[in-house]
Design a protein around this ligand. Structure first.
Ligand code: B1M
Length: 216
C-alpha cells in the first residue's frame, strides 16, 4: 500500500470505529517505512470530523467512544515508533503531564507526549483524571522543568486554576513552568488560569515548551 492509501484507510477506519483494524494498519505503515508523523494525519483528520458529528448530534456517545478507542490503538503504535526513532538523543528537559481531574480525554495528550519525546524531552505521563494533589506530589517528587495539563471539557478546564493554586500553596509554583492545552484552550485562558503558556496543537506545544526553557 502507498503512504497516501494507508493514511486514507486509517482515516476511514477511525471514522467508522473499526476497532480491530487500526493498530494493524499503523504497524503496516511502520513496516513499510512510512514516517509515523505522516501516518498520524489520518487519525487527527478523522477525529476532527468525529468531533463535528458528535457536536451536531449525528453520532452519539457510543460511536464517539468507539472512534476514540480506535484512534488510541493506532496512536499507541505510532507514538511508540516516534519515541523509538528519537530515543538516542540526550534529554532536552523533563516534563510531567496529565489530563486534569474529571477529564478522560487523552488522544491529544498522547500526541503532545509523542512530539515532546520526539524532541528528546523526558516525559512522565500521569494519565487521565489526575487529582490536583497528584500533580503537586509529582512536581515535588520528579522536579520537572515543565508541568503540562490537558482538558477538553468546559467544566474540567476550570481545574487548571485549581492545580496552579495548589502549586502556589505548596510553594512549588515558581519552581516549574506550566503549559496547558485542549481544544478550547487559548492564551487568554492560560493567563486567567495562571499558566505560563498554552499549546494549540502538539507541534505548537513543543515550540512553547522549548521557548519556556529558552531552548531556541
Ligand atoms: Co469527548 N468531548 N466527551 N470524548 N470528545 C469533546 C471534547 C467535545 C468537544 C465533543 C463535542 O461536543 N463537540 C465535547 C466537549 C464540549 C465542551 O465541554 N465544550 C465532549 C464531550 C461533551 C464529552 C463527554 C462529556 C460526552 C458525554 O459523556 N456526554 C465525555 C466526557 C468524558 C470526560 O472527559 N469526563 C466525552 C468523552 C469522550 C471519549 C472518552 C469517548 C473520547 C475520548 C477518547 C480518548 O481521549 N481516549 C471523546 C472524543 C474522542 C472527543 C472528540 C471527538 C475528539 C477529541 C480528540 O481526541 N481530538 C472531541 C471533539 C473535539 O475536540 N472537537 C470531544 C483529537 C486530538 C488530536 O485533538 O484533543 O484537541 P485535541 O488535542 C490537541 C490540542 O488540543 C492540543 O494538542 C493536541 C494535539 O494536536 N492539546 C494540548 C491537547 N492537550 C494539550 C496539552 C498541552 C498542549 C497542547 O500541554 C500540556
Amino acid at each position: 500500500m502507498k503512504k497516501e492509501e494507508i493514511i486514507q484507510e486509517l482515516h476511514d477506519v477511525v471514522l467508522e470505529g473499526r476497532l480491530d483494524e487500526s493498530a494493524p494498519l499503523a504497524e503496516k505503515s511502520i513496516e513499510l517505512g512510512y514516517d509515523p508523523l505522516d501516518t498520524l494525519q489520518g487519525i487527527t483528520s478523522a477525529l476532527r470530523i468525529v468531533g463535528k458529528q458528535f457536536n451536531e448530534g449525528s453520532i452519539f456517545l457510543t460511536e464517539l467512544m468507539y472512534c476514540g478507542e480506535t484512534a488510541k490503538d493506532a496512536m499507541n503504535v505510532l507514538t511508540e515508533e516516534i519515541k523509538r526513532q528519537h530515543k538516542e538523543v540526550p534529554y532536552s528537559g523533563r516534563v510531567v503531564i496529565g489530563s486534569v481531574e474529571g477529564d478522560i480525554h487523552d488522544i491529544g495528550k498522547s500526541l503532545v507526549i509523542a512530539m515532546l519525546s520526539a524532541e528528546s524531552f523526558e516525559v512522565f505521563d500521569l494519565g487521565i483524571d489526575v487529582p490536583d494533589e497528584v500533580f503537586v506530589e509529582k512536581v515535588r517528587e520528579i522536579k520537572p522543568d515543565v508541568l503540562g495539563m490537558s482538558a477538553l471539557v468546559t467544566t474540567t478546564m476550570m481545574k487548571f486554576r485549581d492545580v496552579i493554586v495548589a502549586l502556589e500553596e505548596a510553594g512549588l509554583r515558581n519552581k516549574v513552568k506550566v503549559i496547558i492545552g485542549g481544544a478550547l484552550v487559548d492564551m487568554n485562558y492560560a493567563e486567567t488560569s495562571g499558566a505560563d503558556t498554552f499549546g494549540s496543537d502538539a507541534i505548537d506545544a513543543v515550540e512553547k515548551v522549548k521557548a519556556l526553557l529558552e531552548l531556541g
